[in-house]
Design a binder for this molecule. Structure first.
Ligand code: KG4
Ligand code: ZN
Length: 338
């Protein structure tokens, strides 16, 4: 079955073609307009999707050597995300499905990140998955396809927001995550003792706001201009604190929930230290650490097509009356008691 996947939930326009869950081609266009504003401007994002989506689709078809007529089903993000952005991809996909008389499947963006390591590796069940992106930081136990239990999430900011905030405080371009990563490789992670949030015993939640405040206060107190060497040390020390908070919870989750793999996804899964730490804690337990290649960690149409294909193989389709759900949360919350 050939599936077209479309992603427009935030500021990346993505399309992909998959044959029986195998990625054939994908294209992502990131919107530069937001760099000027230091964050995503929703109105500009939806307008840019309108212009970019037909181009991205055409480029994807060309790359795959496929025609629109060869597509058997269309998958698109239903939520969570920015309502205007979601609507562009969703209505486009529904229109295509209606015109061609082929199935449509609506996809949860977070669930797509969660299963995205399956694009490049066989996902053994049960597995422990973490989605760490600009909008989400959540830990899940996936018992079998479609059976997902959320174990913990962030109490305040997402990990990506924390990286981006550190970047902003250091005067780096938006989004700051990749820049903090680059500078951290040149700095000393033990130079500054930024706090790793301590929450109550037993919880698998994380908190990032304390660290954000600590970095803000530290930067404010530093003599200006801050030297390049100091900026690298701040980047490395802040990165260490963010990653330590995530890794502590992952280790605890792995101890409590037997898993045959550790799967990390979302934009922050591009982070060099997080990738290394995930590999370390997985190896300690004799299980593989499955982390997508960087372009598939960030928002893309491939993960939407893949999650859509998994749904279709379970016989799930979505009626064309479905609307965008900006705050979609289809996963059951279940924080284990201490
Ligand atoms: O998954 P994604 O592309 O979009 C959302 O769904 O949010 O994630 C974007 C986030 C941004 O906060 C960005 O700074 C962060 O992922 N990010 C990184 C790295 N690359 C992207 N954070 C840390 N290190 C990186 N190398
Ligand atoms: Zn995302």
């Amino acid at each position: 079955m050939r599936v077209l996947g479309l992603e427009t939930s935030c500021d990346d326009t993505g399309a992909a073609i998959l044959d029986d869950g195998r990625l054939i081609a994908h294209v992502v266009e990131s919107q530069d307009v937001h760099v000027t504003y230091g964050g995503v401007v929703p109105e500009y994002a939806s307008r840019a999707h309108i212009t970019l989506l037909p181009r991205v689709l055409e480029a994807t078809l060309a790359k795959a050597g496929a025609s629109l007529e060869s597509i058997d089903a269309v998958a698109a993000t239903v939520g969570p995300g920015l309502v205007g952005s979601l609507l562009v991809g969703l209505e486009f996909a529904k229109g295509l499905a209606m015109a061609r008389g082929i199935p449509f499947v609506g996809v949860n963006h977070v669930e797509a990140h969660l299963v995205s390591p399956g694009l490049e590796n066989e996902l053994p069940y049960p597995f422990l998955g973490m989605v760490a992106s600009g909008g989400h930081t959540e830990i899940y136990h996936v018992e079998r396809p479609g059976s997902v239990r959320r174990l913990g999430s962030t109490r305040d900011d997402a990990a990506g927001e924390a990286f981006d905030k550190v970047g902003k405080l250091l005067g780096l371009p938006y989004p700051g995550g990749p820049h903090v990563d680059r500078l951290a490789r040149l700095g000393r992670a033990d130079a500054i003792d930024f706090p790793v949030a301590k929450l109550e015993r037993g919880t698998l939640d994380v908190s990032m706001s304390g660290l954000k405040t600590a970095v803000k206060l530290f930067v404010e107190r530093e003599p200006k201009p801050i030297s390049e060497e100091r900026v690298r040390d701040i980047a490395a020390s802040a990165e260490r604190a963010i990653v330590a908070a995530l890794v502590e919870r992952l280790e605890e989750a792995l101890d409590r929930h037997p898993s045959r793999a550790l799967a990390i996804s979302g934009g922050c899964a591009c982070n060099t230290l997080l990738r290394a730490e995930a590999a370390r804690i997985a190896a300690k337990r004799g299980i593989p650490s499955l982390v997508p290649s960087p372009p598939l960690c960030r928002d893309n149409g491939a993960m939407i097509g893949y999650a859509g294909w998994l749904s279709l193989t379970r016989g799930e389709m979505t009626p064309l009356t479905v609307n965008a759900v900006p705050n979609l949360d289809s996963f059951q919350a279940s924080n284990p008691a201490p």
